[in-house]
Design a protein around this ligand. Sequence first.
Ligand SMILES: Cc1cc2nc3c(=O)[nH]c(=O)nc-3n(C[C@H](O)[C@H](O)[C@H](O)COP(=O)(O)O)c2cc1C
Length: 218
Amino acid sequence: MISRRGFFKLMGVMGATALAGLALPGCGNGNASSSSASSAAASSASPSPSAAASASPAAAPRILVACFSATGNTRPIAKAAAQALDADYFEIEPAEPYTDADLYYSDDSTRATAEQNNPETRPALASTPDLGAYDVVLIGHPIWWGMAPRLICTLLESVDLAGKTVAEFCTSGSSGIEEANAELMELAPSARWIGAHRFAAGTPDEEVAEWVASLAIG
Ligand SMILES: Cc1cc2nc3c(=O)[nH]c(=O)nc-3n(C[C@H](O)[C@H](O)[C@H](O)COP(=O)(O)O)c2cc1C
């Protein structure tokens, strides 16, 4: 997790840029991985007419994009991903919404910072998605103090991701997604994690669609 001092130093370097929208020039995109779902090797032999007739096309995977967005940067990325995948969308919401004061990061005692400082914190969800119908789940969130908000930990401990294909994405001022991804993979080790990607706020839909395509889900 990025240290408080490190985060402020970073913010200082960046001047007065608003935290909610900033992105460091020259920063990497924070890819932790982008491995593809496995696909059967194509055979060069033509199928016999009987084989072709009996082969049924694989059913399209059912996909959910679930997103928490406290200040609105991650949500449009999530919506673009859902659109590109023809997926359902679920808004991850805390039972107690975050106020502007809760998100004020210059004071250790404010809610979001206090939650991030205690790795055991599990804020309650307003509702839990029913993942039973889905093969693939994409989880989106902001980076808070170098990690996923603890609300995402609550989510991962509230649902069964065993056997499901999962990818993670985030927006941040500049921090990568690597540490957040490592923590989430630990919380749901029986999921098949296929990628994690950090986007800058305001990333165009086409770029989101490119990442989604690189996951080779369908
Ligand atoms: C409490 C708090 C902590 C944050 N910590 C970081 C951080 O460690 N690194 C970073 O690059 N951005 C950090 N940010 C900025 C957010 O990650 C960024 O603005 C993100 O795009 C917000 O997404 P959202 O609008 O979907 O909530 C922090 C923001 C808040 C409110």
